[in-house]
Write a protein that binds this ligand. Structure first.
Ligand code: FES
Length: 142
């Protein structure tokens, strides 16, 4: 059902945790299953130099979250914003069709974090940033 790569990223997730004093924080939730992901970014000179994630979710959500963090590390903020859930799933060798929705969490959390980054930089106003369906209180503690 799952590729070896999905199983590897699920069982040995990379970049787990929350960065201290991050430059951006993003949260996204799946209102249907209740799963949720938080992502924290370190940005230096418009390059994402470090990423951390915490995901309360299924194996596919954890694997795609982890892969997504690897795919945006070292990229510009603008490049990271263009990452799609299809690209993340492809990098894992694919996902079962009925689990593709799980990969959306990572894409949305990254976009939310970049929105937060732009607000902190004074580039966007909070009212211009899309908020994904994710109650703050659902973010897991360390
Ligand atoms: Fe909720 Fe996978 S079942 S993200």
């Amino acid at each position: 059902m799952y590729t070896d790569k999905v199983m590897d990223y699920f069982q040995h997730p990379r970049n787990v945790g929350a960065l201290e004093n991050p430059d951006a924080v993003g949260v996204a939730g799946n209102p249907k299953c209740g799963d949720i992901m938080q992502i924290t970014l370190r940005v230096e000179g418009n390059i994402i130099t470090d990423v951390g994630f915490k995901t309360f979710g299924c194996g596919a959500a954890i694997a795609t979250s982890s892969m997504a963090t690897e795919m945006i590390k070292g990229r510009t903020v603008e490049e990271a914003f263009t990452l799609t859930n299809e690209q993340v799933a492809h990098a894992l060798g694919g996902l079962p069709v009925h689990k593709m929705h799980c990969s959306v969490l990572a894409e949305q959390a990254i976009k939310a974090a970049i929105g937060d980054y732009y607000v902190r930089q004074g580039i966007l106003d909070l009212s211009e940033v899309k908020v994904y369906d994710a109650p703050e209180e659902a973010v897991p503690e360390e």
